[in-house]
Design a protein around this ligand. Sequence first.
Ligand code: PLP
Length: 470
Amino acid sequence: MAADPVTSTAGAHLADAPDAEGAVAPVQEAFDGNARLFERAQRRIPGGVNSPVRAYRSVGGAPRFIRRASGPYVYDAEDREYVDLVASWGPALLGHGNPAVVAAVKAAADRGLSFGAPTEGEVELAELVHERVHRDGRSPIERLRLVSTGTEATMTAVRLARGATDRPLIVKFAGHYHGHSDGLLADAGSGVATLALPSSAGVPAEIAAQTLVLPYNDESALRLAFERHPGRIAAVITEAAAANMGVVAPDAGFNRVLVDVAHAHGALVILDEVLTGFRVHAGGWWALDPAGAVDVDLIAFGKVIGGGLPLAALGGRASVMDLLAPLGPVYQAGTLSGNPLAVAAGLATLRAADDAVYARVDAAADRVVAAVTGALSEAGVQHAIGRAGNLFSVAFGLTAPPRDYDEVRAQEAWRHAPFFHALLEQGVSLPPSVFEAWFLTAAHDDRALSRVEEALPAAARAAAAATPRA
Ligand code: PLP
């Protein structure tokens, strides 16, 4: 029997209380705690949050303010326990507070927080990424430059591609998110889709015009773009498998076609593995892709590579990467790039993420997908599951997994809010947007997964009872 999140004594301070039963806060009080914090937050922080999708705008209510996390669980301001299916939006591959990672960070902190000078850890991390992202005897990562966020990694990749080709245009796909740099915010999925913003204010039209947005998985649109803009496209940037409009895997062989077409026209290919890298496989989607490894020029990493600390990276072909300063003319820099704590967290995470870890995450994902499908089918909710390795998402109202952003947007997104809240009330924390992937970790054990399985039928009934919002 799964623990009732409302009466659970699993939180450390509740478990320590002499009368754990009596120490448990009633539901209303718990919700008021988050609501009070949200009120205070909104007075001093725009929207009360430091990243938009955390704000629960598409599902309503006050976001849960998280006080601590452990393994597969997060605990809110009232110490309510939730099975966490957000995993910090991806980084927590091993689960929260993995002892090896925490110990590595503490040891690094004892040695100093930031030096602004090269460290041995950075070298080890570059070597480790080169070794892990490997297939058929070769690695696409001949060089690696560390940065602090995925946004920086893709932004630098774009600058590098322009510097390498001396061309202005970038091709991206609708619904793909590559961070919030100006040129990459067009039709960017998830947070932007949730907020129903077509793009972002503050991006000059001249900059937006340098980005061509194409439908995903559409080979003819890609060929046409190159025919229409001969000699002007610097690079195609693509999520290795799209996971910011819900999960939409590339059609079999699409990434290969993309590389072939781009290279035939002298353009580079930037594979964005910020979300998929080291999560779906030890070598990311690049190594897992059933259609084989593709010959990309640059790969952006983030999330798992930092193990929960601000770290991201750009890697790739030496002939392109060596155009970066100080060797080449393309400038890029960062005061905290390669921060020793973040590098320690990344190294410890990647070293711990062995085959057994990926097998556990995959098995956990299989189990939750089966439970979601079963519960929604039982409740009579038409749905499709988009899936790429251990990443997946639910598309309500569709009969087949969506292949592009238009199909994603055709779903019955309004079923998500009641589904989400029914899970939350039962102690399961799902991403508060239907356009996000569900994240499992290696720490999702039988207890946590059983809790999800037991919560899903009521959530599926809530989704079935939902009606479109006016
Ligand atoms: N690229 C992809 C595929 C992402 O999913 C994200 C973030 O969700 C980014 C880039 C941006 O990374 P960050 O939020 O670290 O700037």
